[in-house]
Design a protein around this ligand. Structure first.
Ligand code: NAD
Length: 287
């Protein structure tokens, strides 16, 4: 194909990431359609969008008109209408292979032939989904990180079947919408970011479980030794301790499961979930 410029974007799912992706895209001047499965959920999504407008205005002063972005987002619970005119569909539905395969099967039938599909899945490889898309050359992963206006990596990862021109069009779209495109040359579980981050967090949790050093010391070592602004336990607090628990609790490593049990007992059971609740490994004050 010749490179197409992406201007009409549809986001499937208006949860944590879907809402952010829709808002980020609209903030950078594109028209966005946000789809979710019911009108009640879409009403809640309006709240999310208004909340994001506040965060953008606060965190990115002078960088754009957050209120204007709200006017560029249309919502619908009709999948056919949502994708009828889309150049790009970004899928951010729950992390279930079965659910995603079902969504792509319906999407493949409803979307025009030209439409590119991108999955935001964190843990499923696009090659596990591609057969259900009906357009293997126009499908790839476009992976955002939570709080995308602050952590603006967009990891672009195709399958062996992705058309290079489609890949370029998505890289270009990411750059035009305020993202830093991270180009992967092949499929990699965890992309680049989590391939680096997860081993660091695992090593830190092992030091903690073994009682080798306290949290502050481990973090300080990482900060001073590498110049990084935050240590692993500060990162755990940002990610949220529920997520840390959910991942560690099902790990094959006994040390990771021990870490999960400690996190539950010492923090989660006391409502300390990290930055979001004002306390996790550290205490946070408003502002
Ligand atoms: P979420 O649970 O917050 O939101 C999922 C949304 O999808 C909900 O609004 C839900 O109503 C909707 N949904 C359910 N079934 C649907 C269907 N059949 N069609 C369309 N929408 C449907 O989930 P999330 O955290 O936003 O994660 C979504 C995707 O983004 C996952 O693949 C996840 O791996 C990925 N992701 C999440 C994060 C994160 O930090 N939360 C970061 C990067 C990537």
């Amino acid at each position: 194909m010749t490179q197409q410029s992406i201007t009409k974007v549809t986001v499937l799912g208006t949860g944590v990431l879907g809402a952010q992706i829709a808002f980020q895209t609209a903030f950078h001047g594109l028209d966005v359609t946000a789809y979710d499965i019911s009108d009640e959920i879409l009403e809640a999504a309006q709240e999310r969008f208004r909340g994001l407008a506040g965060r953008y205005a606060q965190d990115l002063p002078g960088e754009g008109d957050a209120d204007a972005a709200l006017t560029r987002i249309a919502t619908t619970s009709d999948l056919g209408a949502a994708v009828r005119d889309a150049d790009l569909v970004i899928e951010a539905v729950p992390e279930s292979l079965e659910l995603k395969r079902d969504v792509y099967t319906r999407l493949g039938e409803l979307a025009p032939e030209r439409t590119i599909f991108a999955t935001n899945s964190s843990t499923l490889l696009p090659s596990a989904i591609v057969a259900f898309t009906g357009r293997p050359d126009r499908f790839l992963a476009l992976h955002y990180a939570n709080e995308i206006w602050l952590h603006n990596t967009a990891e672009v990862m195709g399958t062996e079947q992705t058309d290079p021109a489609v890949y370029r069009a998505v890289v270009d779209f990411a750059a035009r919408t305020g993202m830093e495109p991270i180009e992967l040359h092949k499929e990699q579980p965890g992309y680049v970011l989590n391939s680096l981050l997860v081993p660091l967090l695992n090593a830190a949790s092992q030091l903690y479980v073994d009682g080798v050093a306290d949290v502050e010391t481990i973090d300080k070592t990482w900060r001073i030794g590498t110049g990084a602004p935050a240590g692993p336990f500060q990162i755990f607090d940002v990610v949220g301790l529920t997520t840390a628990y959910n991942i560690s609790a099902v790990s094959e490593s006994p040390k990771q499961r021990e870490f999960a049990a400690l996190v539950k007992e010492r923090f989660i059971d006391q409502g300390k979930l990290g930055v979001a609740t004002g306390e996790g490994f550290y205490r946070y004050t408003a502002g």
